[in-house]
Design a protein around this ligand. Structure first.
Ligand code: MF3
Ligand code: CO
Length: 249
């Protein structure tokens, strides 16, 4: 069942989303070569708690940290650790926070330190723009699959693949609500999008195969071919005026 949110609820979700966006911006600034990923986690938790909010991921199905830090061939759900970022690492950061019982969830990818390689820069641009074309479809009267279809067409037209095994999701008073929001598919399928729906749209775009596997730690998802991957996510409300991105600073 898809839970519709009132405009008042959407404003609370925007508070959570704004905090998430600010935390991501601070982490991105802090994510210099030599920084341990666990240090980014400590910073994120402090920023979230200082804002009177609660980390959304910590304790979720036993997840041990505030952020997910996924490097190079890691797709999502990398656990912060003693590992230090190296110049040229392709880093994805995923953050969630809860304010007054409502969730915000967003992710960004970037290269730590110096210049990205040509592949990294193009993959980042394709992933960011895949999210943009997906968000653009989050409007009244469209069908759910229009989002994934646009994302898939975009990523594949750039020569990349989209992960099938993980998807976006409805979000509200729980981090994961109906519907699942796949990043692939054919147009015109699934529920009609209506004003009041709030969706976390989160394409994972791989340089090589779309196939992924989970490491022994039970969390870290990596590409099967070891090639790099990027992840971008926004929490988006469907409104009468079109898509409203809640995870902006
Ligand atoms: N953005 C991810 C999601 O929506 C973050 C979940 S990480 C977890 O699924 F550790 F909390 F599972
Ligand atoms: Co999410």
């Amino acid at each position: 069942m898809i839970i519709l949110k009132t405009p008042e609820e959407i404003e609370v979700m925007r508070e959570a989303g704004r905090l998430v966006a600010r935390v991501l911006a601070a982490l991105r600034e802090a994510a210099r070569p030599g920084v341990a990923t666990s240090e980014l986690d400590v910073l994120a938790e402090r920023l979230i708690r200082d804002a009177g909010a609660v980390p959304a991921f910590k304790g979720y199905r036993g997840y041990p940290a505030t952020v997910c830090v996924s490097i190079n061939e890691q797709v999502v759900h990398g656990i912060p650790a003693a590992r230090r970022l190296q110049d040229g690492d392709l880093v994805s950061l995923d953050v969630g926070a809860v304010i007054k019982g409502y969730y915000g969830d967003a992710a960004v990818s970037f290269v730590a330190g110096g210049r990205p390689t040509r592949l990294q820069a193009d993959l980042l641009d394709a992933g960011q723009s895949a999210l943009t074309v997906g968000v653009e479809q989050a409007r009244e009267g469209n069908r759910l699959s229009d989002i994934g279809s646009a994302i898939q067409r975009h990523a594949e037209s750039r020569g990349y693949s989209v992960v099938r095994d993980y998807a976006g999701h409805g979000i509200g008073q729980a981090m994961h609500e109906d519907p699942q929001v796949p990043n692939y598919g054919t147009r015109g399928q699934g529920p009609l999008l209506r004003s009041g729906m709030v969706l976390a749209i989160e394409p994972m775009v791989n340089a090589g195969t779309f196939e992924v596997t989970c490491l022994e730690d039970g969390w870290t998802v990596v590409t099967r071919d070891g090639r790099p991957s990027v992840h971008f996510e926004h929490t988006v409300a469907v409104t009468e005026d079109g898509p409203d991105i809640l995870t902006l600073p």
